[in-house]
Design a protein around this ligand. Structure first.
Ligand code: E4P
Length: 218
């Protein structure tokens, strides 16, 4: 099971990487915009900075929605660094692009997945990763974790090698539930990762151990 961080913020990426548990990074155009990244050079420089921090897969999303545009952008992104995974939306041209990338040894992450059918087409086209969006489904009273479980089950039944990234994670319980559902990866905000550590009994325990130690070591 792998942990990715879902951000384009370099400080947060460094903080998660320093924990020693980080396997990769996912970004998207909204996350890049949040960091004020703009222009082709800005995007390229930022992806390279991320790749220089983390020794793991870094998803970089295409902006184009037409097939030729996706291929051109995806090839340019993949050429930036061996760890770049080209992220494409689960639309018709996206599936065609995933197939092209798979045929040309370029790894892809098919994103904005909200149904088992979308995941199935992405896997058939040869996506390295598929990303069901858990939180956004929960937001509209659908069960995001259930979708993750369904996709994992289908891939297991038919032997698809695509890895399932539980995306749009909102909190720590999402991470646990998605792991329980068999997701290969969870891509999470930093606070959800750090939230996994929180337990009052741990804090109380540490305090008690230190207090007892201090009593005899004044
Ligand atoms: C996945 O790769 C996406 O970047 C991300 O998880 C989207 O999450 P959001 O619903 O919090 O925007």
């Amino acid at each position: 099971m792998k942990f990715f961080i879902d951000t384009a913020n370099l400080d947060q990426i460094k903080e998660a990487n320093d924990l020693g548990i980080l396997d990769g990074v996912t970004t998207n155009p909204s996350l890049m915009a949040r960091e004020g990244i703009k222009g082709e050079k800005g995007f390229i420089d930022h992806y390279i900075k991320i790749c220089n921090i983390v020794d793991g897969d870094v998803s970089a999303e295409v902006i184009a929605t037409d097939y030729q545009g996706m291929i051109k952008e995806g090839e340019a992104l993949a050429a930036l660094h061996p760890n770049i995974v080209v992220k494409v939306p689960a639309i018709k041209n996206g599936i065609k692009a995933v197939k092209y990338f798979s045929d040309n040894n370029i790894r892809s992450n098919c994103t904005l997945i909200f149904s088992p059918g979308q995941a199935l087409l992405a896997a058939k086209a040869g996506a390295t990763y598929v990303s069901p969006f858990v939180g956004r489904l929960d937001d509209i009273s659908s069960d995001g974790v259930e979708l993750v479980a369904q996709i994992v089950d289908i891939f297991d039944t038919y032997g698809y090698e695509s890895q399932v990234i539980a995306a749009s994670i909102r909190h720590t319980m999402h991470i646990i539930q998605c792991m329980d559902a068999g997701a290969h990866v969870a891509t999470c905000p930093l606070n959800a990762i750090l939230g996994l550590l929180k337990h009052p009994l741990t804090d109380i325990g540490v305090e008690k151990f230190l207090a007892d130690h201090r009593k005899l070591n004044k």
